[in-house]
Ligand binder design. Sequence first.
Ligand SMILES: Cc1cc2nc3c(=O)[nH]c(=O)nc-3n(C[C@H](O)[C@H](O)[C@H](O)COP(=O)(O)OP(=O)(O)OC[C@H]3O[C@@H](n4cnc5c(N)ncnc54)[C@H](O)[C@@H]3O)c2cc1C
Length: 473
Amino acid sequence: MKVAIIGTGVSGLLTAYLLKQQAASPDIHLFDNTAHIGGNVDTRSVDLHDKYVSAQSVRWADMGVNDFNLTTYWRIKELLEKMGFEEGRDLLELENSTSFSTGDGNVSYYINADESHTMKQKLWDEYKRFQNEGTRHLLRDSSTHYMTVEQYLEENNYSKEFGEYNLYPRINGMYFVNQTHPKDMPIKAVMDYYMLQEGFGKDKGNAKRVYLKDGMSSWINKLYQYIGVKAVQDDQLGIYAGPDSVRLLSPQTDETFDAVFFCCHADTALSMIQQGATSDIKKALNAYTYNDSHAVAHTYAPVLPPDRAAWKTYNIYIHDPDEHPRPYTITYVCNRHQNDKQNPDYNQFENPEYFLSLNPHKNIPEPFILTHKGRPVTRNFRHNVLDSNVLEVQNDGTMTAIQGQNNLYFAGGWTMGAGLHEQCYYAAEGAVAMLIYGRTNQHQYYTPGASADEYAPEYLRSRFSEFFDRPVT
Ligand SMILES: Cc1cc2nc3c(=O)[nH]c(=O)nc-3n(C[C@H](O)[C@H](O)[C@H](O)COP(=O)(O)OP(=O)(O)OC[C@H]3O[C@@H](n4cnc5c(N)ncnc54)[C@H](O)[C@@H]3O)c2cc1C
């Protein structure tokens, strides 16, 4: 069997990896429109020597994907271990601390890694209640799934203050938020993310958030090497699909495949399919809209909380309540993210202090933008919005139904939840199973029309099983 995979982000590589694991491993061909391997995973070197002469002068920043939660990323953890990454040596705990501040610092508080905090007690109590209750509602009560965040807060008697000064700003720091207002996002999208990435729903200490010693690209490069297929760079592919085979055609490519996996974005896939996009495929892929984000590595402190004591790993900007639209905004203090306090190479230094901002609320002046070999360390990302249309096609069986139509398969992070790496793994696994075993296994991966308890994908159900056994209070 000859298979093409379009997109060399983690989903494309995981699809290739899983195909390679099959007894009759297919002949795998990888394509991408850029030379970069890793998609949203992009570790870049930054030169600090101009800024801090006494410190180590070259360090790195993860521009997009930057951490995993080992407590909930089961499959990714397993795979990392298989590839030789060791917890404590290569997978290192980051400093899991967060600040929330308005631009003028009038509202400013933080939560440290040990959960000591400067939050008002009432707000803290609501935050903890949301952490526990939200997860249980999400898993047990499907009527909450399509509620907006605002409806959920109102229905469960949360204060306006909790929304304005904690939850909405935090949602604004999630990469799949849309440009309208966080209150209009589906609560399920937010809670899914909180559960997987931040370990909500379990007692304190559940989240084991790690960074990779040499940045996220280090594992992607290893995975790519393991697959052992050199990606073809081609930005003009046209896809001609039919019941017998699929032809890939461009000025440089003309090849026929038994199956093609799209691991690029939904709208890109649709624009590439010149022939063979069924009405089901069109309906599914048209549900997606996209946001563009700009990441910049810098040393410009005014995008951080005015009070320096409040600088934490994740710095959440509290937008003005009337501000519309509100783009995705967050700033990382890289030294904290890379847990310098624990690192003997750096812990004697106050510096070098450098930051990574996504869509900073203030323009970063050019002299503060970090460079490497003279080039600014910036990067643009596209990510799908996780709105109610998307949740619907992800969960009502549409995504399952389109797998294999005209030998086309879909496995990007966009096909499952927020597309965190763990979800990319399951999405790839589901799509590969559809190719290898056919449609009979689909219930294992998606649950069309399922009841509340069945609604959550298998991986969430097994991981959070205690919530199914406990009454919602
Ligand atoms: C800013 C940001 C931060 C994130 N942080 C985290 C995190 O900390 N942890 C986590 O688990 N997840 C994180 N995510 C989610 C992340 O997107 C997913 O985990 C994952 O990287 C998505 O991988 P993917 O392969 O599905 O898509 P992508 O990474 O988007 O890869 C798509 C690939 O398709 C290629 N492509 C595009 N157009 C074409 C074309 N015409 N022809 C051929 N190829 C094409 C692209 O070049 C790219 O290589 C983050 C996302 C963003 C945007």
